[in-house]
Design a protein around this ligand. Structure first.
Ligand SMILES: Nc1ncnc2c1ncn2[C@@H]1O[C@H](COP(=O)(O)OP(=O)(O)OP(=O)(O)O)[C@@H](O)[C@H]1O
Length: 327
């Protein structure tokens, strides 16, 4: 029987060299799984290592960054050991990635239809006419009005919402097993965001794909995720099902992120709490718990010893000496 997990990330550690010559680990011992046909969230503020984790799965790390330790298994295959030509087959074909700002993912000088058509021609032996037909069909499926006319449009002629739909069409055109969506709705207004999330859910229902969604927005998590991993300063600090995370958040960082959700019926200005301080810079992580400098509950032990990620019951994992029970 096939493994229930499509993607398994195990003890992943990425290394780069800082200007002062010291090694730093923006992704530092990260483990989590993405089950088949499920949506998993990777959540945290900017700079926690979420994007780098995703780029490691795609094997598109910037020059100077490499994998120091760990394994990534995709559908039973050791991704990090695959020769680059095999990885190229998987990228875009079995694993697709969509990005926060679609403008940077699209080529400004080629019509959007042709760009998506190229994604088919790269992986499949079909005629151009047939590929074009499929692109137009996919444009319709992702809700692009006047799909035939839009085929000839250039990225700058489209709204942000339409551009993101083009990117989703490009991601979906080869029917991937795993879609990695890195802040796919951050640049969009809330109405368009809701439409895009609805679209991803529908495509998942129809195709059975798994989704790994990266976001700093717990509203997005509430909408779309089955499971959640909260990341802070290169490490997973909490993991649970969506229901568990929202009903029983344990890590003070997760609780802080929840307090930062604006209340729909409240006064935005007053209800928008934020966690004091910022994510520590690479190479500047505090000793002990990495969150201790911002944590209202930190004591001497938190400042000197590093907590491990431990099971608080039923697979709800938390990296904290003083997990909180908030009601
Ligand atoms: N090419 C690079 N060279 C050096 N440091 C980098 C590079 N790319 C990212 N970093 C650093 O690695 C850390 C993790 O970055 P990453 O982009 O993965 O965070 P993130 O949580 O995904 O944030 P964002 O949502 O802004 O993308 C940050 O401290 C960042 O400054």
């Amino acid at each position: 029987m096939a493994d229930e997990n499509l993607l398994v990330i195990d003890g992943l550690r990425d290394v780069l060299t800082l200007k002062n010559g010291e090694a730093a680990y923006p992704v530092d011992g990260v483990s989590f799984t993405v089950p088949r046909s499920k949506t998993v969230g990777l959540v945290g503020e900017s700079g926690c290592g979420k994007s780098m984790t995703a780029r490691t799965v795609m094997r598109i790390l910037d020059k100077g960054i490499s994998v120091a330790e760990g394994h990534i298994t995709f559908d039973g295959e050791d991704l990090l050991a695959l020769p680059e030509p095999k990885m190229r087959d998987i990228r875009g074909n079995r694993i697709a990635m969509i990005f926060q700002e679609p403008m940077t993912a699209l080529n400004p000088s080629i019509s959007v239809g042709k760009q998506v058509r190229e994604a088919i021609l790269l992986h499949e032996k079909v005629s151009r006419a047939e590929a074009k037909e499929r692109v137009i069909q996919m444009f319709r499926e992702v809700g692009i009005p006047e799909a035939e006319r839009r085929y000839k449009s250039y990225p700058h002629q489209l709204s942000g919402g339409l551009r993101q739909r083009i990117c989703i069409a490009m991601g979906m055109i080869c029917n991937p097993d795993l879609l990695i969506a890195d802040e796919p709705t951050t640049a969009l207004d809330v109405t368009v965001e809701a439409q895009i999330l609805e679209l991803m859910k529908r495509l998942q229902r129809e195709s059975g794909m798994s989704i790994l969604i990266i976001t700093h927005n717990l509203g997005v998590v509430a909408d779309i995720c089955d499971e959640v991993n909260v990341m802070y300063a290169g490490q997973i600090v909490e993991h649970a099902t969506k229901a568990e995370i929202f009903n029983r958040p344990l890590h003070p960082y997760t609780i802080g992120l929840m307090d930062a959700i604006p209340r729909v019926n409240g006064d935005m200005e007053h209800d928008l709490h934020t966690i004091p301080g910022t994510v520590p810079a690479l190479g500047n992580f505090p000793e002990g718990c990495r969150f201790c400098t911002r944590c209202p509950f930190a004591d001497e032990r938190c400042r000197t010893q590093a907590p491990a990620l431990e099971d608080a019951g039923d697979g709800h994992l938390v990296r904290c000496f003083k997990p909180q029970e908030v009601r």
